[in-house]
Design a protein. Structure first.
Length: 253
């Protein structure tokens, strides 16, 4: 890797409930510098097993340099506090130390997955230049959230765990629930609409950005959502947002 690439590129890894994917990121363009490499999330997703998969993704590119890694849970000062969609053994683990050791001592930064996606969308995507309160929601195995006030992140919001109709919202309106219950797009859109109305009541955002893999199919459900005051747009970086945001944070951007 030449010096110019080292200055411009940082590696990002997105750890999800179903897959672990990563690539070098071009920090000037806010896009992947090479095609991403993906492996399946191990079951159970213990710290050791996930660390092995992260190492596999990073070594696939022969990478040596800073690495930003997302995690599906609350992360404060690189330590995991919650783990809803991976093994509970993660709770209390210094993820940066564990993963850094597994990567041979490379400098590692770990942050919440939705926060990473939000950072990327606010710099390069649907939230670029937007002031006021902006909320990114990622729909996938669960529902992740990233809240921004005038472009500044409020880290580790867990709005997928808000209670809705007696259940955690993500157990009612995630993409996984849509698939598990074989919900039609209109049926699922109604659930998403109720969830957005609940979040809007609490935060009154100017903008909702809808992310996660389902953002690629935004035309199938966003037009069906009614009665929300805030503007609702699909994420522009789609499923690469977490990788890009993780690299940005690792680079101090």
């Amino acid at each position: 890797m030449n010096a110019m690439n080292a200055m411009r590129n940082v590696f990002g890894v997105d750890v999800g409930g179903s897959g672990i994917k990563g690539a070098p990121v071009d920090l000037e363009r806010g896009d992947l510098a090479q095609e991403r490499h993906k492996v399946l999330t191990p079951q159970p997703a213990t710290p050791e097993a996930v660390a092995g998969c992260v190492a596999e993704v990073v070594s696939h590119f022969g990478w040596s340099g800073p690495v930003g890694i997302t995690f599906p849970g609350v992360v404060t000062a690189n330590t995991v506090r919650t783990a809803a969609n991976v093994d509970k053994k993660w709770v209390g683990v210094d993820a940066a130390r564990l993963l850094g050791d597994r990567l041979g001592g490379l400098p590692v930064t770990v942050l919440n997955d939705a926060d990473a996606a939000g950072v990327a969308e606010m710099r390069f995507g649907a939230g670029k230049g937007r002031k006021g309160t902006v909320i990114l929601l990622t729909f996938g195995t669960g529902i992740g959230s990233a809240v921004f006030i005038d472009g500044h992140l409020v880290p580790n919001t867990e709005l997928g765990h808000l209670e809705l109709h007696g259940h955690e919202a993500e157990k009612h309106a995630s993409t996984k629930v849509k698939e598990d219950e074989d919900l039609s797009w209109p049926h699922w859109a109604r659930r998403v609409q109720k969830y957005l109305a609940h979040v809007e009541m609490l935060f009154s955002p100017e903008l909702f950005i809808i992310g996660g893999g389902v953002s690629r199919k935004a035309d199938k459900f966003l037009p069906l959502i009614e009665g929300i005051e805030a503007e609702i747009v699909p994420a522009q970086l789609q499923n690469n947002a977490g990788i890009v945001g993780a690299a940005m944070v690792a680079a101090g951007r």
